[in-house]
Write a protein that binds this ligand. Structure first.
Ligand SMILES: C[S@@+](CC[C@H](N)C(=O)[O-])C[C@H]1O[C@@H](n2cnc3c(N)ncnc32)[C@H](O)[C@@H]1O
Length: 259
């Protein structure tokens, strides 16, 4: 969905680059799991000259580069230990995000001395982004919980699923929660369908998605109170017509957006 929002660009105090430590923690915790999965599951291909990696929902900042570094180190290790007679391929990394993502900052801050070529691929990951069977390793961190849209029914006064003007759902009715769940299922299905066509033989898809234990109610999530508090604050600010400086944005070039 090309009119979607993206994270705040640049490297200033309100940028995603400077405000993504929580997401970095998720990436750091998953490092061992990702490396082990590559060692155990990825299948090395004979005569592969270029090993393609895609990061879906890369945003801007150190996190995406950190993920890519972990992946390349593990793939190189696998080649050295499990395929000593195979020639090490070159690495080509595709950074994907919405077209309004700050790709300029992303390219400007690519790590010096990196062992890969880089390209940006704009567009929604709920659709097709790459040729068939072309990506050897797919990665997505802290991005797949983003919905492609607010479920329409929750905004309609009079609908059983109306969310009464709220912009979060942990404290909402079961019907509202169900509407958000259905939207997630539809979005993740679209994502998986598109990736299944793009995945190269023997390839691997790694997804890090924030979640909560099975069987728990959304209000039991550790994020619920923060989200509800944020949601109430934003709603109050809209009522008072206050301009907010957010760490995400709706459209270029403004960092200041009216919520
Ligand atoms: C919280 S950031 C995560 C960035 C990075 N992966 C990390 O771990 O720090 C989520 C990113 O997903 C992107 N995103 C959300 N929905 C998307 C979609 N449908 N297609 C492409 N990118 C999307 C957003 O624009 C945003 O940059």
């Amino acid at each position: 969905m090309e009119n979607s929002i993206s994270m705040n660009g640049g490297e200033g105090p309100n940028s995603y680059s400077q405000n993504s430590k929580m997401q970095k923690e998720a990436i750091d915790k998953a490092k061992v799991f990702i490396s082990e999965s590559i060692i155990e599951i990825l299948k090395l291909q004979k005569d592969l000259k270029v090993f393609s990696i895609a990061d879906y929902g890369c945003s801007v900042g150190p996190n995406t580069f950190s993920s890519i570094e972990t992946i390349i180190q593990a793939v190189q290790h696998k080649y050295k230990t499990q395929g000593p007679d195979l020639k090490m391929p070159e690495f080509f990394v595709f950074f994907n995000d919405h077209a309004i993502n700050d790709f300029n900052t992303l390219f400007r801050t690519l790590p010096p001395g990196r062992q890969y070529m880089a390209a940006g691929v704009p567009g929604s990951f709920q659709g097709s982004l790459f040729p068939k069977s072309s990506i050897n390793l797919m990665h997505s961190a802290s991005s797949l919980h983003w919905l492609s849209q607010v479920p329409q029914e929750v905004t309609k006064e009079g609908s059983l699923k109306w969310n009464k003007g709220r912009i979060s759902y942990p404290q909402s009715s079961n019907q509202v929660i169900e509407a958000f769940r259905a939207q997630f299922l539809s979005d993740i299905e679209a994502f998986l369908k598109a990736r299944s066509a793009e995945l190269a033989p023997g390839g691997l898809l790694v997804m890090l998605i924030p979640g909560r234990p099975d069987g728990t109610h959304p209000s039991e999530s550790c994020m619920a109170h923060i989200i509800d508090c944020l949601s109430d604050t934003l709603a109050d600010m809209v009522k008072e017509d206050i301009e907010v400086n957010c760490s995400w944005r709706k459209a270029e070039p403004a960092n200041n957006i009216k919520v």
